[in-house]
Design a protein. Structure first.
Length: 103
């Protein structure tokens, strides 16, 4: 688990490493139970999760729900091979940091 932005306070760190980390763990376990991630490949698969928790966030339940849904969706898409490397290269200019305010 890698935070997108470095935690700015102890409260922000507890939200990043508390409900966000719990949500990621639950999403991975649910994907294994649902068969999205095969159990027999569990020792061969490495998951790196880039977590974003806004520094002013305060709703622990909402942080959990958002990270759970995002992780499940990312795992499902990764196992389906979406997006492809070519899609990533094509859309590289469209990616932006969440705090960048340029339109």
């Amino acid at each position: 688990m890698i935070p997108t932005i470095r935690p700015t306070s102890l409260r922000h760190a507890s939200l990043t490493y508390g409900p966000a980390q719990a949500a990621i763990a639950k999403a991975v376990m649910q994907c294994v139970e649902d068969g999205i991630l095969p159990k027999e490949l569990a020792d061969d698969i490495v998951l790196i999760v880039n977590v974003f928790v806004h520094p002013s966030a305060s709703a622990r339940k909402r942080i959990f729900i958002n990270n759970y849904k995002a992780t499940r969706n990312a795992i499902r898409k990764a196992m389906e091979g979406l997006p492809t490397v070519d899609d990533g290269i094509e859309n590289a200019e469209n990616a932006r940091h969440p705090f960048r305010n340029d339109p």
